[in-house]
Design a protein around this ligand. Structure first.
Ligand code: UT7
Length: 323
């Protein structure tokens, strides 16, 4: 068995910033409501013609540069997205082409806001069993394209962006104190479809459709399910909340993030927050937050990072990574 270690991370945010005030000119909302209920101040929105694969490619390039690898080294690309460029082929194959990678496998993973944790898990398992050596795990989204811009209950919550990590295989399973992905834990329950879904798609309406969400219902499940996923990760590694150095959560709502931090007894400065600047970027939110905290020097070698997410499906999950 091998273990995968993260050797680089990268991020990309589209240039255009839309503030809460900007949105208040279009729908019946206010900066005060959005900040109080979610913590969001602004979001980035992709330019016309800028596609999910463009965002993902930019983030992947940065991650590859940090890892010091070239396109010839990459033998697996997993792109987590719910907003692919096209119904097919996979956005991962578009990114593969943009990066100049011509070997290995490239495919998408669709688990909505849990997508990055799912993608990390898939890539980690490929590396563990020796089926790949160097993987790119990318979370890339253009949710602005599936929002109903007249629905104030959803359009204020999301943004566009991409984040990526390079995972590389090392020999040996390694101890919990050694660098690498310690474990990943994935869950889903399809009975909750109606709480968060897109009312379209090639097989149902033939149209792209818009995101629909019962926010309160999602919120209620999110705090319980993500807590369970973190407990599963700690139990599997014989660790306790006190061992966690950084919580890098999915960024949907500041109140959810704070409640997860409190539950783990973590001081607020040990919880990485980007929701104020990025809003909810779905599968991109965790690698964006991770890159934020790595690039400003908060996350250091040897730190234990706990990631957790919950999204449409419902899907949810967690990952523990020793940096
Ligand atoms: O990433 C996937 C996971 N997603 C999440 O984790 C999202 C989880 N849910 C949430 O974050 C919260 O439920 C929301 C932020 C979506 C909503 O917050 P809430 O405290 O649950 O508000 P609510 O939906 O109960 O709405 C309260 C009121 C309603 O008015 P009435 O019925 O009380 O008169 C809404 O119509 O706020 C109204 N409202 C708004 N007002 C101004 C809803 N959206 C807005 C808005 N601006 N944008």
């Amino acid at each position: 068995m091998h273990r995968s270690i993260v050797t680089g991370c990268g991020a990309y945010l589209p240039a255009q910033i839309v503030t809460n005030e900007d949105l208040a000119k279009k729908v019946d909302t206010s900066d005060e409501w959005i900040r109080q209920r979610t913590g969001i101040r602004q979001r980035h929105i992709a330019a016309e013609g800028e596609m999910t694969s463009d965002l993902g490619t930019a983030a992947a390039k940065e991650a590859m540069a940090q890892a010091g690898i070239s396109p010839a080294d990459v033998d697996l690309i997993v792109c987590a997205t719910s907003t692919p460029d096209e119904t097919f082929p996979a956005t991962a194959t578009r990114i593969q082409e943009h990066l100049g990678v011509t070997q290995g496998a490239a495919f998408d993973v669709q688990a909505v806001c849990s997508g990055f944790v799912y993608g990390l898990s898939v890539a980690d398992n490929f590396l563990r069993v020796g089926q790949a050596k160097t993987a790119l795990v990318i979370g890339a989204e253009t949710f602005s394209r599936i929002l109903d811009w007249e629905d104030r209950t959803t359009c204020v919550l999301f943004g566009d962006g991409a984040g990526a990590v390079v995972l590389q295989a090392t020999n040996g399973a390694g101890a919990a104190s050694a660098r690498g992905v310690l474990s990943t834990h994935l869950f889903s329950d399809g009975r909750h479809h109606d709480a968060l879904y897109v009312d379209g798609g090639p097989s149902s309406t033939g149209k792209v459709g818009h995101l629909r969400m019962e926010g309160k219902e999602v919120y209620r499940h999110a705090v319980v399910r993500m807590a369970e996923a973190i407990d599963a990760a700690l139990d599997a590694n014989g660790l306790t909340p006190g061992d966690i150095d950084w919580l890098v959560p999915h960024q949907a709502n500041m109140r959810i993030i704070e409640s997860m931090g409190r539950r783990l007894n973590l001081p607020s400065d040990r919880v990485v927050v980007t929701v104020d600047r990025h809003a909810n970027t779905s599968a991109a939110s965790i690698p964006l937050a991770l890159t934020d905290a790595v690039s400003d020097g908060r996350i250091q070698g040897g730190d234990l990072i706990c990631m957790e997410a919950m999204g449409g499906g419902f899907t949810w999950g967690s990952a523990l990574v020793r940096w």
